[in-house]
Design a protein around this ligand. Structure first.
Ligand code: XLS
Ligand code: NI
Ligand code: NI
Length: 433
């Protein structure tokens, strides 16, 4: 222990009746659910950026947090890593995630950035070797520095494209060195503010080639993990190219990358795109591109990516139900891309935010697993589509409009509407959650 979380004991599973704050009620990593330990089902990860780098700013106010590791030097970066690994140990999480900019100080140029990154990767690698958690994914921050204000891969200036490409190469290699399970690309500035100064087609083509080069490099260095795109419709950029899962799939198809790249779906981003979290997961699964999730919660009134910790079991259960249906996580996991509210100043707040979130997820996953085992939702879904299991219905899909018309006439087809039974199904879900 390095001091910051000294007063806080490791969090243990004490069961639903526990009255202490510093305890799991539902998250028991060793409990077996659907044939796997809960830890291996949920694959929790902590996000370095929100937990350790974010200072509590908002558009109207400066930092509210005063973490002892804040500052620009390597010593501070190491102290931040020490605190991060202390929190990982207290919570017993199996994974973490980072951007290059979260773990290393900003250098004056590319060479210094890379030297700082390499030194911190060595440092973190040693901490992992001591039995610490593993890396769920690494990524490059291609959105905070002013050089990226007009995009990274989509930038009108080829020198920015070059800087971004070289940076992703170093971050992908760093992720590989640390044994990362995935590599994420979130294009926070890959889009535009106004069409008046934007060549849409050219920008999109640049982004496609950029992603193809990342995939080529992955194979060149033998990185076995999954490349993931994280969709988001806007914020910080007004229009972002990776709007939602459907848009990303079209983009991947366009550049022939649909078998190489999957998606990292975030609850808040799904909401910003006008979808539910479970919709995005189900769509990705049906397209064969489901990869991982960023678990958080948006304030539904704000229209903003508020990145709060999840706390609504019924909502989270529906998301996990779709993940279970998709066969569960393979390389992906549950990354808490969530941050404290800026008045939550204490070390204990950071711990308790994750304790609550892990418990919500565990409780929701267990509910989803029971719902799945009972076939509660799935059998109703199957029943609703049962008509399509007949030979006639299947044959129709390989016929043509003329044949279908002839059949409608011959068999006097005159469909009778059936109830969608939505309220019944909602009541059913509420029995589990
Ligand atoms: C921002 C994104 C970001 C990605 C990683 O909205 O969620 O945190 O997960 O770059
Ligand atoms: Ni995210
Ligand atoms: Ni986000």
């Amino acid at each position: 222990m390095t001091g910051y979380f000294d007063a806080i004991p490791p969090i243990l599973h004490e069961g639903p009746d526990s009255t202490g704050d510093f305890a799991f009620r539902h998250y028991d990593p060793d409990a077996v659910v659907l044939g796997r330990r809960l830890e291996d089902q949920l694959r929790f990860a902590i996000a370095w950026w929100h937990g350790f780098a974010w200072p509590g700013t908002d558009p109207f106010g400066g930092p509210t947090f005063e973490r002892p590791w804040f500052g620009d030097g390597m010593a501070q970066a190491r102290a931040k890593a020490d605190a991060a690994f202390d929190l990982f140990a207290i919570l017993g999480v199996p994974y973490f995630c980072f951007h290059d900019a979260d773990i290393r100080p900003e250098g004056r140029d590319f060479a210094e950035n890379t030297a700082n990154l390499d030194a911190m990767v060595d440092y973190i690698g040693q901490k992992m070797a001591d039995g610490g958690p593993r890396l769920l994914w690494g990524t490059a921050n291609l959105f905070s520095h002013r050089r990226y204000m007009a995009g990274a891969a989509t930038n009108p200036d080829p020198e920015v494209f070059a800087f971004a490409a070289a940076t992703v190469k170093t971050c992908l290699e760093a992720t590989h060195r640390l044994g990362g399970a995935n590599y994420v690309l979130w294009g926070g500035r890959e889009g535009y503010e106004t069409l008046l100064n934007t060549d849409l087609g050219r920008a999109r083509a640049q982004a496609g080639r950029f992603l193809a080069m990342v995939v080529e490099h992955k194979h060149r260095i033998g990185f076995p993990g999954t490349i993931l795109i994280e969709p988001k419709p806007q914020e910080p950029t007004k229009h972002q190219f990776d709007f939602d899962v459907a848009t990303v799939y079209g983009f991947l198809k366009d550049f022939g990358l649909e078998r190489e790249v999957k998606v990292n779906i975030e609850q808040g981003h799904a909401l910003l795109a006008g979808h539910s979290f479970e919709h995005e997961i189900a769509l990705a699964a049906s397209l064969g591109i489901f990869g991982s999730i960023d678990m958080n919660r948006n304030d539904v009134q704000s229209g903003w990516d508020t990145d709060q910790f999840p706390n609504a079991v019924p909502e989270v259960a529906l998301a996990y139900h779709e993940i279970i249906k998709a066969g569960g996580f393979t390389t992906g996991g549950t990354n808490f891309d969530a941050k404290l509210r800026r008045q939550s100043l204490d070390p204990a707040d950071l711990v308790l935010a994750h304790v609550g979130a892990m418990d919500v997820c565990a409780r929701a996953f267990r509910a989803a697993a029971r719902m799945w085992e009972d076939g509660a939702i799935e059998s109703a879904r199957r029943d609703r589509y049962a008509g399509w299991e007949t030979a006639d219905a299947q044959a129709m899909l390989t016929s043509d409009l003329g044949v279908i018309e002839a059949q409608v006439r011959a068999r006097r087809i005159n469909p009778v509407p059936r109830s969608g039974r939505q309220e019944r199904l909602e009541n059913l879900v509420n029995r589990y959650v």
